[in-house]
Design a protein around this ligand. Structure first.
Ligand code: UDP
Length: 390
């Protein structure tokens, strides 16, 4: 039996490995970290609370095929994510995404329904027909005051750039509500958290007799030679020795605080900070379902301090999307180099340099591995066709 090398044991690598293993391929998965699950890795810490080690991962999707595929490996605990944005001048949190409640609180209004909110926003929005960056995108929808309160300092902290320098797509991730719906993902048909956590979920995906996982094992250029093919989720620029220069990434430093179990800041598991300090947001893991595993006096609360990847041991979390598209243009040049490699395909957030959510990584991976199998006459088995996009 011929073997395939999969670099990275996060969602992208695990989905590829599983699909290949189920078609009879022997799969060797390596990861340079000492654990599986990539940036979705979670663990129960000494306070008895499960925390997401690389920042909050809230699963949400409208893709039924992704959900059906994952349900083979886990049940989901129902959870609808909500975020409070802490506003110092109000001395409390207000809902984010901006909704009717937020607007009434910030402007001291009593707008009674969605139509009144739309009228109000039409009056404060700027007439910008074709927004060229994140600032213009927001100004065209919510005007300057809401932009400067909820988006300008946060984006400066998060990306080290001004809204004018950022692509609109980054802030377009946050919807705008005219009603009082305060869910962070109001349009998604499926939201929830894997019952036993992400590490357990990815462990189950990788648990197959044809899959072998080697941790604390860095990729080496000589490795693919011994394999029929390599699916590689490592940063594509690193693979090519940064020959064209480094692709920019943002990273996060995590600051953990042990708080009494009764501690609360607002009512939501996640609180975003609108001030111009160093922190973007705080996660109170104990407020996520299934995240308190043992009784105890304390719980961990985690604050995030964004920084560049080179300021944090080259820990890459977010590809940077600027309004001039420069990082994507550099990535396109790396992709051209990659197309000349006949036995390697780059996958996942770092391999394809895209700001992908978990469901998008899983969908991208299912499509990529099934296309690869189909080229070799190995169509998805009947059991799995429901997750096939072709
Ligand atoms: N954003 C913001 N203020 C907020 C939340 C988000 O300015 O309170 C902007 C910011 O630029 C951020 C982007 O919207 O990077 C996307 O936010 P999201 O919550 O989707 O980021 P993620 O959860 O992926 O870190």
């Amino acid at each position: 039996m011929t073997a395939i090398l999969v670099v990275g044991a996060g969602f992208a690598g695990a989905v590829h490995a599983r699909e290949l293993a189920e078609r009879g391929w022997r799969v060797e998965v390596i990861d340079r970290r000492p654990h599986i699950a990539g940036n979705a890795f979670d663990m129960v810490d000494s306070t008895g609370v499960r925390r997401h080690v690389y920042g909050p991962h809230l699963f949400h999707t409208s893709n039924d095929r992704v959900v059906d595929w994952l349900r083979r490996f886990t049940d989901f605990l129902p959870y609808e994510h909500r975020v409070g944005a802490y506003v110092a001048e109000l001395g409390r949190c207000v809902p984010l995404p901006v909704n009717r409640t937020t607007i009434n609180a910030v402007f001291g209004e009593t707008l009674a329904d969605a139509a009144a909110v739309q009228d109000f926003l039409a009056r404060i929005a700027l007439p910008i027909a074709a927004p060229a960056n994140a600032a213009e995108y927001l100004h065209a929808r919510i005007g300057t005051r809401l932009t400067d309160l909820f988006f300008r300092p946060y984006t400066r902290k998060m990306w080290g750039l001004e809204l004018e320098q950022m692509a609109a797509a980054v802030v377009a991730r946050i919807p705008l509500r005219f009603d009082t719906d305060d869910r962070y993902f109001p349009t998604e048909t499926h939201q929830g958290l894997p019952k036993g956590g992400y590490t357990e979920l990815i462990g189950r995906i990788l648990d197959h007799p044809n899959i072998r996982v080697s941790l604390a094992t860095a990729f080496d250029q000589a490795m693919p030679k011994g394999f029929a093919f390599c699916f590689n989720s490592m940063p594509i620029d690193e693979y090519f020795g940064f020959a064209l220069g480094p692709l920019p990434y943002r990273s996060l430093r995590f600051h953990h605080r042990a708080e009494p179990r009764g501690y609360r800041l607002g009512t939501t598991a996640q609180v975003n900070f609108t001030d111009d300090g160093i922190y973007t947001r705080q996660s109170d893991w104990s407020l996520l379902p299934g995240h308190v595993l043992a009784a105890g006096p304390l719980k961990t609360v985690t604050l995030e301090e964004p920084c560049a990847d080179h300021e944090n041991g080259m820990e890459r979390y977010y590809p940077v999307k600027t309004s001039d598209g420069a990082p994507e243009k550099l990535y396109a040049r790396y992709r051209t180099l990659a197309q000349a490699e006949p036995k390697i395909q780059f996958i996942g957030r770092c391999g394809t340099y895209r700001y992908l959510d978990m469901d998008q990584v899983i969908n991208q991976s299912l499509q990529s591995v099934r296309a690869w199998l189909a080229e070799r006459g190995q169509a998805a088995s009947a059991r799995n066709t429901h997750a096939d996009d072709r």
